[in-house]
Write a protein that binds this ligand. Structure first.
Ligand SMILES: NC(=O)c1ccc[n+]([C@@H]2O[C@H](COP(=O)([O-])OP(=O)(O)OC[C@H]3O[C@@H](n4cnc5c(N)ncnc54)[C@H](O)[C@@H]3O)[C@@H](O)[C@H]2O)c1
Ligand SMILES: [Zn+2]
Ligand SMILES: [Zn+2]
Length: 394
C-alpha cells in the first residue's frame, strides 16, 4: 500500500510499504477514505524528530471502512463506516472506566513513561503505524472506533478523530462561568473549532488571538472578536484587559503549544538539539527541556486572577521552567492533556447534522490525494497557500 512516512526533519515522503495484517484477535483493518494532517504532526516534523525513525508511518486522524476484523472485536463488522480516535484505548481498564482514555492502562507506553499509545506518534507513544495510508491496523478495535452513519460526506465526521473532541475538551476544561469570557490563543484548526464550540455554549464573550491573516479572517467571519498579534504584539495584555472589564479573561485556552512564534532563544536551543545525534538530542529534550513556552506564558498573563488556563496545545519538555509565582499568586487553575476522544463524542454527535452549526462540512481548506502529502506538510507548517486544515484522500 501507499503511506506517508517520516524521513527526517521537515521531510516526509509517500512510499510503498507492506499492507498491515491482523495480529491480535482485537485488531481490525480499515480501508482509509479520509485522513487529516494535524498541528500535532508538525511537532514530529520539527521538534520531536529525535523520537522518530525513518520510515515511520504518520497520521492519527483517519476514517474509513472496516475491511477485516479479528475474532474479538465485539459488534464491529466488515463494511462498517468508522472514525478512528487518535488514541488507542481498551474501554475496560481502570482508566477507561473513568473515561480517561488517553491514560488507558492496557496500551500505556510504560517504557517511555507515557500514557495511552497513539497512532503515528513517535516512540514516545508506542511507534504505532499511523493512518496517513491506504490501510490501517487498529489495535483494541473493539473499543477504538466510532461508528458513523452512511450518507453525509466524510468531512461531516472525520474531525471526531481529534479536532472536535480536542476542542471540546479544551472548552470543557476552561470551565467558563455562565456568561463569562473565553480567550482562545491560536486559531489553527483546534483554536478555530474551540471558538465555534464556545459559541454553542453559555459563554458570553469569545476572543481569539493569532497572527496569520486567513486564520484571523476566518474566525472573525464566525463572529469571534479577534486580536491580531501583528498589531498588538506589545500591548496584548492592555487590549485584553480593556475588553474584559480590566480583569483579564475568565479562562484562556492555549491552542498553540510548543511551536509558538515568539520564543527566539528557545528556537536556538531547539535548532542546536536538531543538530545533535538522536540519543543526545532526546536527552536534551527530556532533561534540559525545550523552552518553547511563549504561548503558555501569554495564557498565564491574560487570564484573570482566580481564572482557568486550559491547555490543548501540546508541550513536551521535561524541565520547562514554569512561572510558579504568577500561577500561585493569581490563583490559577491549570488543566490539560490529550483529549479523551470517546468521552466527548456523545455530546458532539448531535451537532453533526445537515444544519452543520460547527461548519465542519466546509472546515477543510484542502482535500488532496495522499501523493501530495509532502507539499501539504510544507504549506501547513509554513501557513502558506491558505492551508488551515488538510484532508488527504488515499
Ligand atoms: N490535546 C490534544 O489532544 C491535542 C490534539 C490535537 C492537537 N493538539 C495540539 O493543539 C495545538 C494546535 O493544533 P492545530 O492543529 O490547531 O495547529 P496549528 O499549528 O495549525 O495552530 C497553531 C496556531 O497558533 C498560532 N500561534 C503561534 N504562535 C502563537 C502565539 N504566540 N500566540 C497566538 N497564536 C499563536 C499559529 O499562527 C497557528 O494558527 C498543537 O500544539 C497540537 O499539537 C492537541
Ligand atoms: Zn491530530
Ligand atoms: Zn483502557
Amino acid at each position: 500500500m501507499r503511506a506517508v512516512t517520516w524521513q527526517g526533519k521537515r521531510k516526509v515522503s509517500v512510499d510503498t510499504v507492506p499492507d498491515p495484517v491482523l495480529q491480535e484477535p482485537t485488531d481490525a483493518i480499515i480501508k482509509v477514505t479520509s485522513t487529516n494532517i494535524c498541528g500535532s504532526d508538525l511537532h514530529l516534523y520539527e521538534v520531536l524528530g529525535p523520537f522518530m525513525d525513518p520510515g515511520d508511518i504518520l497520521g492519527h486522524e483517519p476514517m474509513g471502512i472496516v475491511e477485516e476484523v479479528g475474532s474479538e472485536v465485539g459488534d464491529l463488522k466488515v463494511g462498517d463506516r468508522v472514525v478512528i480516535p487518535f488514541q488507542i484505548s481498551c474501554g475496560h481498564c481502570w482508566m477507561c472506566d473513568r473515561s480517561l482514555y488517553t491514560q488507558c492502562e492496557t496500551t500505556q507506553v510504560r517504557e517511555q513513561g507515557s500514557g495511552a499509545a497513539l497512532f503515528g506518534y513517535s516512540k514516545l507513544y508506542g511507534q504505532v503505524p499511523g493512518g496517513q495510508a491506504e490501510y490501517l491496523r487498529v489495535p483494541q478495535a473493539q473499543f477504538s472506533h466510532i461508528k458513523v452513519p452512511e450518507g453525509p460526506p466524510d468531512d461531516r465526521f472525520v474531525y471526531l478523530s481529534d479536532v472536535l473532541p480536542t476542542a471540546w475538551q479544551g472548552v470543557a476544561y476552561a470551565d467558563v462561568p455562565a456568561g463569562g469570557s473565553l480567550l482562545v490563543l491560536g486559531l489553527g484548526p483546534i483554536g478555530d473549532m474551540a471558538t465555534r464550540i464556545a459559541q454553542q455554549k453559555d459563554i458570553g464573550q469569545v476572543i481569539g488571538v493569532d497572527l496569520v491573516p486567513e486564520r484571523i479572517a476566518r474566525a472573525r467571519a464566525h463572529g469571534v472578536e479577534v486580536i491580531d498579534l501583528n498589531e498588538h504584539g506589545d500591548d496584548l495584555l492592555a487590549v485584553v484587559q480593556e475588553m474584559t472589564g480590566g480583569r483579564g479573561a475568565d479562562a484562556v485556552l492555549d491552542a498553540v503549544g510548543m511551536e509558538a512564534h515568539g520564543s527566539p532563544a528557545a528556537s536556538l536551543v531547539q535548532r542546536m538539539a536538531g543538530l545533535l545525534p538522536d540519543a543526545v538530542a532526546r536527552s536534551v529534550f527530556e532533561k534540559a527541556g525545550v523552552d518553547r513556552l511563549a504561548a503558555l506564558h501569554t495564557a498565564i498573563d491574560l487570564v484573570r486572577r482566580g481564572g482557568t488556563v486550559s491547555l490543548s496545545g501540546v508541550y513536551g519538555g521535561m524541565a520547562d521552567p514554569m512561572p510558579m509565582m504568577s500561577l500561585f499568586d493569581k490563583q490559577i487553575q491549570l488543566r490539560m492533556g490529550q483529549a479523551n476522544v470517546k468521552r466527548w463524542v456523545p455530546e458532539i454527535l448531535p451537532l453533526l447534522t445537515d444544519a452543520d452549526p460547527l461548519g465542519v462540512d466546509s472546515f477543510a481548506t484542502h482535500r488532496v490525494p495522499l501523493s501530495e502529502a509532502p507539499h501539504m506538510y510544507e504549506i501547513f507548517q509554513k501557513k502558506t497557500d491558505g492551508a488551515i486544515k488538510i484532508i488527504l484522500q488515499p
